[in-house]
Design a protein around this ligand. Structure first.
Ligand SMILES: [Zn+2]
Length: 213
């Protein structure tokens, strides 16, 4: 009975989460069994012990805002304070430098804005290289071709794959977990290996956006 009550509340919370409008795509990917929730929750709570506790707690709180799409993007601010943010306000980074750009500053646009897409792709590539190198360190002759070609390293939104925009928010694709575990064959090593990659991606993104602002 105690186990039932204990597991009932997380299940109810999880179900409510998937019913949020902003989680519509996540809900679809979940129904296709494309998200590894075990690694996603583990990654959300993962933080290597580095720097001060202030830095750690900042990274953790930003990671949670990324996951729930609660960063103060212009689109979220328009929703929260329509009295201060006009509905026709567009991304200031590309609006002024790209005359034909007329993008709303959504969370996904933060990464795909033409003014910073090159750097975003460099971050994604460096994270893929980091993951592949850490696998090669453990198993030098590993065949990593399936990992290299995973949709997780592309900056698109798919409704039948977990792409890089979701990986950057902390959603770990089942395909990535499966492909890493097919090589390592030890879940206890697969989990921290993927978590370290994801942690590096979040920290690099935060540094980048901080420098950019
Ligand atoms: Zn832009």
């Amino acid at each position: 009975m105690r186990f039932f009550v204990k597991s009932l509340f997380p299940a109810k919370y999880f179900n409510n989460l998937l019913l949020l409008t902003r989680f519509k795509l996540i809900n679809r990917l979940h129904s296709l069994n494309l998200i590894s929730w075990r690694l996603t929750w583990s990654s959300l709570n993962y933080r290597e012990v580095k720097g001060t506790s202030f830095v750690s707690s900042f990274v953790k709180s930003t990671r949670i805002k990324l996951f729930y799409d609660e960063l103060p993007t212009l689109e979220n601010l328009k929703h929260r304070r329509p009295d201060l943010y006009p509905a026709d306000l567009r991304c200031v980074c590309c609006h002024h430098t790209h005359s034909h750009s007329n993008h709303n500053e959504t969370l996904h646009h933060l990464w795909t804005c033409p003014s910073r897409l090159t750097t975003t792709l460099e971050i994604i590539n460096s994270c893929r290289t980091y993951l592949c190198d850490s696998i090669k360190d453990k198993i030098p002759n590993a065949n990593i071709s399936d990992i290299i070609s995973d949709h997780a390293w592309t900056m698109n939104l798919f409704d039948d794959h977990v792409g890089g925009l979701l990986l950057a928010r902390g959603f770990v694709p089942t395909s990535l977990e499966t492909n890493v575990n097919n090589i390592i064959r030890n879940q206890e090593i697969t989990t921290p290996t993927v978590n370290q990659q994801n942690d590096g991606q979040v920290v690099q993104s935060l540094l980048f956006f901080n420098m950019d602002s």
